[in-house]
Design a binder for this molecule. Structure first.
Ligand SMILES: NC(=O)c1ccc[n+]([C@@H]2O[C@H](COP(=O)([O-])OP(=O)(O)OC[C@H]3O[C@@H](n4cnc5c(N)ncnc54)[C@H](OP(=O)(O)O)[C@@H]3O)[C@@H](O)[C@H]2O)c1
Length: 273
């Protein structure tokens, strides 16, 4: 594995991903709007043998987004790991939010995740390997008050579930990372409230995610408290998924590569034919 592209890498969890991936020897492409923050993270991550590229882009802007998509899809500089981490939150009740920030929530948290993943997968599938990490949130399971943010994270969970299922047999893997509270972003300056079980360390969250990705899991929920809740909520779905697999149910229409070539037929399809 050679290159990872991390969105929202100018601070917080994205910066923690950059540090860990650079330590693992991956080349980096760091994406966000704040070039000063990106440069700071790039210089902290830099080490011999690791190249760090900074790509300033506003993921709510279609032109900037297209530039990131082109970088991801560049066959001469393949991206093997895409970390969809950037996120925007209005932070006010839905009906009091102005239209523009509401749209930004959708553009950054949904459209950018979908389009960047769409740019990444054809090359990954062609190379027979690749990884996509979608940074969702515990708020995708248990909506906090606010505007559309929790709904975008719920979308991310469903998106990961669907696309991961269709990737089977391609060598490409996808995982949803479901953090609880981190002392980053909007929580950066908050006084600690609640039990220490509620607060997660960004570096430990990244470690848990990469280790669950390596184990073939599709959801990673770091922390005892959040892990127990999500495991309980996920159990019926996991059971259904296993039963469907055992029964040989697969949807055949996804079994094509990006050029429309038929991928090898899954065992489930063979049984169904
Ligand atoms: N903090 C928590 O408690 C918590 C809990 C659960 C899940 N999460 C998730 O974890 C991820 C990282 O959160 P964090 O706490 O590290 O947040 P953060 O410190 O606020 O960082 C957010 C990152 O997203 C980037 N970003 C925001 N809008 C962007 C845009 N329009 N275009 C490009 N980049 C943009 C920011 O960079 P620029 O401002 O430089 O563009 C920044 O690098 C997010 O997906 C978040 O939803 C966080």
């Amino acid at each position: 594995m050679a290159t990872a592209l991390v969105t929202g890498a100018s601070r917080g969890l994205g910066a923690a991903f950059a540090q860990r991936l650079a330590r693992d020897g991956l080349d980096l492409v760091l994406v966000a709007r704040d070039t000063v923050g990106l440069q700071r993270v790039a210089s902290e991550a830099a080490r011999p043998g690791v190249s760090v590229e900074v790509l300033a882009a506003d993921l709510a802007d279609a032109t900037d987004r297209a530039a990131v998509e082109r970088r991801i899809a560049d066959p001469h500089r393949p991206v093997d790991l895409l970390v969809n981490n950037a996120s925007f939150e209005c932070g006010v009740d839905f009906w009091t939010a102005a239209a523009a920030p509401l749209q930004t929530e959708i553009d950054v948290n949904v459209t950018a995740v979908m389009m960047l993943t769409h740019a990444a997968l054809p090359g990954m599938i062609e190379r027979g390997q690749g990884w996509v990490i979608n940074v969702a949130s515990f708020a995708g399971y248990l909506s906090a008050s606010g505007s559309a943010h929790s709904a975008t994270k719920a979308w991310m969970l469903a998106f990961t579930d669907t696309v991961e299922a269709s990737l089977s047999g391609t060598g490409v893997r996808m995982i949803a990372l479901v953090p609880g509270r981190l002392r980053t972003g909007k929580h950066r300056d908050l006084e600690p409230v609640g039990t220490s079980l509620m607060w997660l360390d960004p570096a430990a969250v990244v470690d848990a995610c990469l280790s669950d990705l390596a184990r073939g899991r599709t959801v990673c929920t770091p922390g005892l408290l959040y892990g127990a809740v999500v495991r309980t909520l996920e159990t019926p779905r996991r059971t259904l998924r296993t039963l469907a697999r055992l029964a040989g149910h697969r949807r055949g229409y996804m079994r094509q590569d990006a050029r429309g070539h038929q991928l090898e037929t899954s065992p489930g399809r063979e049984r169904a034919q």
